[in-house]
Ligand binder design. Structure first.
Ligand SMILES: C[S@@+](CC[C@H](N)C(=O)[O-])C[C@H]1O[C@@H](n2cnc3c(N)ncnc32)[C@H](O)[C@@H]1O
Length: 285
């Protein structure tokens, strides 16, 4: 697995100037279904965000449209996701990615979206979930997107450039290897992962990257309760303390999702994460 880091730095663009604001009725790219209203292209996302008290600016809406378009374009060549339907992406990718934000802000006693420049690493980010939607709605975040697969990293690099995201870097590497390097170990306030590994493996990927006092945030679907029970011992060994294991209702999604929030309260012992695929082959018990 190549271990080089891919860094992208972009000038800050978090405060859009008036000329950045897209015309509400600008024509939409051909990837967007024809019957979509250019004045309100993402109604499900907009309404879902409003339920959390989040209002999206025209620039943020435009960024989500761009994420959708790039996802669909690249998906023809690179296997990024099985979910490409316009409405499904709004719910199952965008809103699902954002569903942890109210819990995170509550735990940190931050407003929604958070205003502190917290450093978040999204492990196994793939097509950019949940890291990119979180960064779009909370532009003050400092973001690192991490993935072990070169093609995903290439997609993420060009997406970050297209979205003109400030303070964002893309890193190629496996979490269990980067988590042993000083540049990454214990560096992050927030560590997220969705659909990457079972919880007892995942905590060994995430907690070493987290700074003491920081939060690991794991997104899970059905079966989360059993996985959670099986991960409790690993969480303790790795210096974590469970602060929340909560069902969350993603707007417009009938199925239930779960979010596990683990606070890092002690240093992770030096021998973790283990190399050679051991977190997955032999999860801590
Ligand atoms: C099923 S995809 C999920 C992608 C995205 N998080 C999402 O929710 O759509 C899993 C991703 O995790 C990456 N991955 C799996 N294990 C990893 C590890 N140990 N370190 C870094 N990336 C990993 C894979 O390359 C893949 O892109």
């Amino acid at each position: 697995m190549p271990e080089h880091d891919r860094m992208l730095h972009h000038p800050p663009q978090d405060s859009p100037s008036p000329q950045d604001q897209p015309e509400a009725t600008a024509p939409l790219p051909p990837e967007v279904p024809e019957d979509v209203d250019p004045a309100d292209p993402l109604p499900l996302l907009r309404e879902g965000c409003a339920r959390w008290g989040l209002t999206l600016s025209p620039r943020q809406i435009q960024q989500f449209v761009t994420h959708y378009v790039e996802l669909v374009r690249w998906n023809q060549r690179v296997n990024l996701t099985a979910i490409t339907d316009f409405e499904d992406v709004q719910v199952k990718h965008f809103l699902d990615s954002l569903a942890a934000l109210p819990l995170i802000c509550q735990e940190l006693e931050e407003p929604l979206p958070p205003t502190r420049p917290l450093h978040l690493v999204d492990v196994g980010s793939g097509a950019g979930f949940p890291g990119i939607p979180l960064k779009i709605v909370a532009p003050r975040l400092k973001l690192t997107l991490m993935d072990g697969t070169g093609k995903k990293v290439r997609f993420l690099e060009q997406l970050v450039a297209k979205l003109a995201l400030s303070n964002t870097q893309v890193v190629q590497g496996r979490a269990e290897e980067l988590g042993r390097q000083m540049a990454y170990r214990g560096q992050f306030d927030l560590v997220t992962a969705r659909a990457v590994a079972p919880l007892n493996t995942l905590v060994e990927y995430l907690l070493p990257l987290c700074r003491r006092g920081g939060l690991a945030i794991m997104y899970k679907g059905p079966g989360a309760a059993q996985e959670f029970m099986e991960a409790r011992r690993a969480i303790e060994i790795l210096g974590g303390d469970v602060v929340r294991f909560a069902p969350v209702q993603v707007p417009f999604l009938p199925e239930q999702r779960f979010i596990l929030l683990v606070k890092k309260v002690r240093h992770t012992p030096q021998q973790y994460p283990r190399g050679q695929g051991l977190p997955r082959k032999k999860p801590l018990t």
